[in-house]
Design a protein around this ligand. Structure first.
Ligand code: NAD
Length: 480
């Protein structure tokens, strides 16, 4: 059984305590590799390596950092098929998705910030006749990056790349549920000539490894993506230590569909935004509001198409949905289907586990599920399910749909479907979400601010926002 290793001080090493955890393949339900069960001792080693490395890395010209990061991007590209296969096996997502979305995006994250840092300029503010201020930006030192399992390498690199580009050294923890591509990234960093200690990747459980990152007095900032409860806990530990915090948390996103939408385009994209990655994308729309005049037509077409979606093993090129990430997660999603029934919902399609044959018989497969007839206030419509389950609800007026859309504690993303430009702007202005897509979904420009309001998070990632987060500003005022 292959043992994944920690990447500390430029080397792949076993955890100090010598303990390992099982890594389960969601597609088969079987253990297929072992993950270091690291502790605060491993974090201490990583922090010490990062502190030593910072003396050199933080002071190097940005062009030097950029070149090393560009080499990482090239090696991700070279090893794309291998990385995509590993991601699909580790997470359960269709290989096609990992090949066309996850791994190319990980490459782009490195590429984007390796070039972005070259364009990152400081500001000056002139006070006519009196003085001039100039603001310099400095790396923070050692920073922590903690990421979730749904888009493993994609989200891991979305944090690491800006942190490194800005001149920080990093102690990073991928999700223990999907560690494999972070391990392959360690090998890539070694091959790319990343200096020892600049990036350290420590595997293990959240309450041990993640907690040690939050607790460490030497880690100056934490960039976290994951669940809202975990984010709140990290904030409670890190805020009294005055660490900078970027928290990208849960969502319960509304899709707002008006009767004047482009019907076919809306239908096609709604299917994607509901069930891509088995509905396990924080940006997936899970509450679909449909204006009454097209409610029945849309519902029937939606159900008909979703019924035909193929749930299959991740390697099947025709798979529209693969496996969800783990058995506990599958059980959690199914418990919400039961709750929806108790709350008076009607399951229009799905609502059950899918049992495949042969080596996939124990895999964690779920049928894409559409539920109607629920009150917008019920738990199914308020709590994050994070699986292939959506609810549909009719609405009569703009005010009513905004009230329902904004009724949740989350505020990550929303989609609006209409041909009426004025209405699109009006609703976009009023919907409580950090990211709004009009007549599209998941169209991403990496320069734009990315993040949520309300309980979906604090701060923004992306573009210069991320470089700002990973630097400290210093203003210098000179009298004329
Ligand atoms: P999670 O909160 O369980 O875990 C996320 C990471 O935090 C993992 O690496 C985990 O080991 C670590 N962790 C757990 N406990 C910790 C602790 N006490 N201290 C420090 N670290 C700890 O989330 P998950 O189940 O891996 O991911 C799913 C969640 O992530 C969903 O809520 C989803 O909406 C959210 N998410 C948000 C975004 C976004 O951009 N807003 C993107 C993707 C996923």
């Amino acid at each position: 059984m292959h043992k994944i290793q920690n990447y500390i001080n430029g080397k792949l090493i076993a955890p100090v305590g010598g303990e390992y955890l099982d890594n389960i393949e969601p597609g088969t339900g079987k253990v297929y590799s072992l993950i270091p069960d690291s502790t605060e001792q491993d974090i201490a080693l990583a922090v010490s390596a990062a502190k030593n490395a910072f003396e050199s890395w933080g002071g190097k010209p940005k062009e030097y950092r950029s070149q090393i990061m560009m080499r990482v991007a090239s090696l991700i590209e070279e090893r794309l098929p291998e990385l995509a296969a590993a991601e699909s096996r580790d997470n359960g997502k269709p290989l096609k998705l990992a090949t066309h979305v996850d791994i190319p995006r990980a490459r782009d994250n490195f590429h984007f910030f390796a070039t972005g840092i070259l364009h990152y300029a400081s500001e000056s503010h002139e006070m006519e006749g009196l003085a001039i201020n100039y603001t310099t930006r400095h790396p923070l030192g050692v920073v922590g990056c903690i990421s979730p399992w749904n888009l493993p390498l994609y989200l891991f690199t979305w944090k690491i790349a800006p942190a490194l580009a800005a001149g920080n050294c990093v102690v990073a923890k991928p999700s223990e549920v999907t560690p494999y591509t972070a391990y392959l990234l360690s090998q890539i960093c070694i091959d790319a000539g990343m200096p020892a200690g600049v990036l350290n990747i420590v595997h293990g459980l959240g309450h041990k490894v993640g907690e040690a990152i939050s607790q460490s007095n030497d880690i100056k900032a934490i960039s976290f993506t994951g669940g809202t409860a975990t984010g709140a806990h990290i904030a409670s530990v890190a805020a009294p230590k005055f660490k900078k915090l970027s928290l990208e948390l849960g969502g319960k996103n509304p899709n707002i569909i008006f009767a004047d939408c482009d019907f076919e385009d809306t239908l096609k994209t709604t299917i994607l935004s509901s069930f891509a990655n088995q509905g396990q994308i924080c940006l997936c729309g899970s509450r679909i509001f449909i204006e009454r005049p097209i409610y029945e037509k849309f519902r029937d077409a939606f159900v008909e198409k979703v019924r035909k979606m193929k749930v299959s093993n991740p390697e099947d090129p025709d798979a529209k949905l693969g496996a969800v990430v783990s058995k506990p997660h599958m059980e959690k999603v199914l418990s919400y289907v039961e709750l929806a029934k108790e709350e008076g919902g009607t399951i229009l399609t799905g609502g059950h586990r899918v049992l495949l044959d042969g080596e996939y018989a124990e895999g964690f497969y779920l049928a894409p599920t559409i539920i109607e007839g629920l009150a917008y206030t019920c738990r199914t419509n308020q709590e994050e399910i994070f699986g292939p389950v959506v609810t549909i609800t009719p609405f009569d007026t703009e005010e009513e749909v905004l009230m329902m859309a904004n009724s949740v504690e989350y505020g990550l993303a929303a989609t609006i479907w209409t041909q009426d430009l004025k209405r699109a702007h009006r609703v976009a202005g009023k919907v409580e979400a950090g990211i709004v897509w009009i007549n599209c979904w998941l169209v991403r420009d990496l320069r734009t601010p990315f993040g949520g309001m309300k309980n979906s998070g604090v701060g923004r990632e992306g573009g210069f926002e991320a470089l700002k987060f990973f630097t400290e500003a210093k203003n210098v005022c000179i009298k004329f």
